[in-house]
Design a binder for this molecule. Structure first.
Ligand code: UDP
Length: 326
């Protein structure tokens, strides 16, 4: 059974392709390689193309007749989205609209969507569950919320069934290091920290030390990419069983500050993390921690690798194993 995986050459998409293939599906990667890597496409066919290219999408749906879509392709950097919001509204929102219209026209009505906890915005000391009002404070979160709205409307009008996952902070890598996280430029905390430890880049800058948290740095809920993609397979099964549209947070409920991540990084690598303290990064929320166990209770999701030490250890193994080449 073919599953169209947009963004299958990217970090999370490539791990999803591995999991899909292991479960007996054929993942068809559709990716424009703007931020993905062709070397990461190892588990099924690769079709280069852009989300906004409707003709190309129609061709792909006709050629592969996918049973479902997993939609990962997106720009996902908070800072960039604040500097260049038009990029996010064009690529993420207009691109997803084009993809949804192509899927509906092709009669492919099962859709698994990567959303984000950034759609919630800053809710001080409020537990974030799927019913928390969504007030994003950056253009990235706003673009993902807009796509969630689109999915709801397409569900009502055209019978599209969607499972939406609101990711918290995805980390770690395939423990077999066949695929892993590699962004150019890199903006995420754990890979930047590991590069700083290896001397591949300058000291890590801590973005803000005056937040209202125990140690003054931002708090995030980290989830292992292997656990995350496991949830996607459960989401696909949910759709196959005709259980309808549903939104799930994917986080563990445990929050770690930037300094706690650095301490764990030092413990895993055996080296202190070189760092400097810098100003806040525009668009960053103080604290994003999931307060929901809906994915566990309804989907039967059991995160198995999402402890900080294991996530950093798997990322460290991947970082040492090497990177993709363009
Ligand atoms: N962060 C940091 N220095 C960096 C990169 C990130 O202090 O060089 C912080 C960032 O402010 C946030 C956390 O690390 O609080 C996670 O950031 P990341 O970009 O990895 O993910 P995001 O939460 O933006 O999705």
């Amino acid at each position: 059974m073919n599953v169209l995986v947009t963004g299958g050459a990217g970090y999370i998409g490539s791990h999803a392709c591995k999991a899909l293939s292991a479960a007996g599906y054929t993942p068809v990667t559709y990716d424009n390689l703007a931020t993905g890597w062709q070397d990461a496409v190892k588990f099924g066919p690769f079709e280069k193309g852009d989300l906004t290219d409707r003709d190309r999408l129609d061709q792909i749906f006709a050629a592969y007749r996918p049973a479902a879509v997993m939609h990962f392709a997106a720009l996902s950097q908070v800072g960039e989205s604040m500097r260049d919001p038009g990029l996010y509204w064009h690529n993420n929102v207009a691109g997803s609209l084009c993809l949804l219209q192509a899927a509906v026209q092709a009669g492919c009505l099962d859709f698994v969507f990567s959303s984000t906890c950034a759609t919630y915005g800053d809710h001080d000391n409020v537990v974030l569950d799927e019913t928390t009002p969504q007030h994003p404070i950056n253009a990235y979160g706003a673009s993902k919320r807009a796509i969630e709205d689109m999915l709801r409307d397409f569900g009502a009008a055209y019978g599209l069934n969607s499972v939406t996952f609101r990711y918290f902070n995805v980390a770690g890598a395939d423990p077999e290091a066949e695929v892993g996280e590699f962004h150019r430029p890199e903006t995420h905390l754990i890979p930047l920290m590991l590069d700083a430890v290896r001397g591949k880049r300058d000291a890590l800058t801590i973005f803000g030390t005056d937040y209202d948290t125990a140690d003054g740095t931002c708090v995030r809920d980290y989830v292992h990419v292997m656990d995350l993609v496991e949830a996607h397979l459960l989401g696909l099964a949910w759709l196959e069983e005709g259980r309808g549209s549903r939104v799930f947070n994917l986080g563990t409920g445990a929050g770690f500050s930037v300094r706690e991540v650095m301490d764990q990084g030092a413990a895993v690598t055996g080296c202190e993390v070189p760092f400097v303290e810098g100003p806040r990064r525009p668009g960053d929320c103080t604290r994003l921690v999931s307060g929901s166990s809906r994915a566990e209770s309804e989907l039967g999701w059991r995160p198995r690798r999402s402890n900080l030490a294991e996530m950093i250890a798997d990322a460290w193994r991947w970082h040492q194993a090497g990177h993709y080449e363009k």
